[in-house]
Design a protein around this ligand. Structure first.
Ligand SMILES: Cc1cc2nc3c(=O)[nH]c(=O)nc-3n(C[C@H](O)[C@H](O)[C@H](O)COP(=O)(O)OP(=O)(O)OC[C@H]3O[C@@H](n4cnc5c(N)ncnc54)[C@H](O)[C@@H]3O)c2cc1C
Ligand code: SF4
Length: 480
């Protein structure tokens, strides 16, 4: 373990943020890493408890305790405390292909499950993970090509975290891996959804370079089911893995929805990421928040990213509505630990000046000359029923719909292959073998699971790789 009395001697100390006035003037990351010696002290707080729930229990249920990729957290905390950063990095990469990504954007269910969190502040697991990964990368990210080739070919459709993790695992197992991506770059939501101020894209680019050196071939502007026939992949490859994400956004079909100035979050956010990276804009009008009163509907990660992006573009005001009631400020740890608790979460973007309101539903939009001008709302009770007489309205020049995603897009790939779907409209496949209803076709990540988290996508990509390797070779040494 770190230091026997570490948790008694040291307080939790975590990374700080640049002040709001400074960070809203640029698009770069604004989290300030701790000096290396402070990570050593923080790692010393780990108690290496008998049952480390932080590592995860293997449960696949949303909100289940601990790390979904089963990072061996007490082990690398101890290694950092001992100053053995190289071995910590090796250990961390044995369970997580992209720890510099999760170290930046993971909500850290591990910390909710930390034993110290019962009556103390948890270990800064996420920051230590990020420090180990960043330090290893600064020393040079080495490719790990397979020693022997199997002669089997695998196609992966979609290059988000699920597709990338799956591709890396399969290439390292010796298969010839081709990734088909409909956009100009790899990364999925890591590249086009999550803003640069949360995670700069160099982190994805470096991994793509590493994977290319490991033999993975990327095909861009390759939209399977549109400009690449799906059955061609079935013909040309020994296995096909579908990791196309859950891209169908939830709409708000109320009167006035057709007015100009009302957009899905994923029409807005990728435009800004393309501006930052210098990638030419996709077709369609420029959606910009500068000089506007912005209303963001939806209180999750996507909504939060719309808020931070709007402030950086110079919005006059940003209001964030959530239909669910405001959660409690603090959880009752005796009831919730080690699970992921329901409590009010305030993101760095919320702190940049957004007005938040809960238990609010939008009844209609109204406008002038075809453009939205107002949002008409009502308050809802705890059964999400509108409360009579609670109507109010708010000025809005730009409305961003961030109410989640219902399931993968069905047109094209899913329909062309005739894949069976689950009750929610996701591609049906179990977490035992990740096989879909079509022979030699597998599915993983948000496409199989529905909208989720980066760390779950990495887990599913890794596990699907293992299932594919076993299917192709009869046995596998890839970890589950
Ligand atoms: C705005 C936003 C912010 C988020 N922030 C966070 C966060 O901070 N932390 C967190 O943990 N999670 C976050 N999430 C969730 C997280 O990004 C996703 O759960 C994760 O990216 C899912 O990974 P995936 O690989 O399954 O799919 P995706 O990342 O969606 O990748 C799918 C890829 O497949 C491609 N594709 C789709 N269909 C085809 C086709 N037919 N042919 C070729 N290519 C295709 C797409 O272009 C895309 O590149 C966020 C989500 C959004 C929308
Ligand atoms: S991936 Fe997420 S849950 Fe796992 S150790 Fe890192 S921050 Fe914690």
């Amino acid at each position: 373990m770190g230091k026997i009395t570490g948790f008694l001697e040291y307080e939790r100390e975590d990374r700080d943020y640049q002040p709001v006035e400074e960070r809203v003037r640029h698009w770069r990351e604004f989290v300030l890493p701790l000096p290396e010696k402070d990570y050593v002290t923080q790692a010393a707080r780990c108690m290496n408890c008998g049952v480390p729930y932080c590592q995860g229990t293997g449960s696949v249920a949303p909100g289940s305790p601990g790390c979904p990729v089963n990072n061996q957290i007490p082990d690398w905390n101890d290694l950092v405390y001992q100053g053995n950063w190289d071995e910590a990095a090796r250990n961390l990469h044995s369970t997580n292909n992209f720890p510099e990504v999760t170290g930046r954007v993971c909500p850290a269910p591990c910390e909710a499950s930390c034993t110290l969190n019962i009556d103390e502040n948890p270990v800064t697991i996420k920051s230590i993970e990020c420090a180990i990964a960043d330090r290893a990368i600064a020393q040079g990210l080495k490719p790990e090509p397979a020693a022997n080739k199997t002669g089997k070919k695998v196609a992966i459709v979609g290059s988000g975290p699920a597709g990338l993790a799956c591709a890396q695992q399969l290439a390292r197992a010796g298969h010839e891996v081709h990734v088909y991506e409909k956009l100009a770059k790899a990364g999925g939501l890591l590249c086009y959804g999550i803003p640069d101020f949360k995670m700069e894209k160099i982190h994805v680019e470096r991994r793509v370079t590493q994977m290319e050196a490991e033999g993975v071939v990327f095909h861009y502007d390759a939209h399977v089911g549109v400009n690449v026939p799906a059955d061609e992949l079935l013909k040309d490859y020994d296995a096909v893995v579908l990791t196309g994400g859950a891209e169908k956004p939830r709409d708000l079909p109320v009167p006035g929805r057709e007015l100009k100035g009302i957009h899905f979050a994923m029409d807005f956010l990728p435009q800004q990421n393309r501006r930052v990276s210098g990638e030419p804009a996709a077709n369609g009008e420029d959606i910009l928040a500068g000089g506007k009163h912005v209303v963001v509907i939806g209180g999750g990660d996507t909504g939060s990213d719309c808020i931070g992006t709007s402030f950086r573009q110079g919005a006059l005001s940003v209001t964030n509505f959530e239909i669910l009631p405001q959660p409690p400020l603090h959880e009752n740890k005796m009831l919730t630990w080690p699970n992921w608790p329901l409590k009010l979460r305030t993101s760095s973007s919320h702190e940049e000046g957004a007005e938040r309101d809960f238990a609010v539903t939008t009844t209609k939009f109204s406008g002038e000359n075809g453009r939205v001008k107002k949002l008409h709302c009502m308050r809802v009770d705890d059964k999400i029923k509108p409360i009579p007489g609670s109507d109010f309205e708010i000025d809005a020049d730009l409305v961003l719909l961030a109410m989640g995603f219902v399931h993968p897009v069905h047109e094209g790939l899913v329909k062309n292959l005739g894949l069976a779907l689950d009750q929610r409209g996701n591609v049906r496949a179990s977490t035992d073998d990740y096989r879909t209803s079509i022979d030699k076709v597998f599915a993983a990540g948000d496409m199989r699971r529905g909208q989720s988290l980066v760390v779950w996508a990495i887990r599913e990509g890794r596990q699907a790789a293992r299932a594919v390797d076993e299917f192709l070779m009869g046995s596998t040494l890839l970890p589950r």
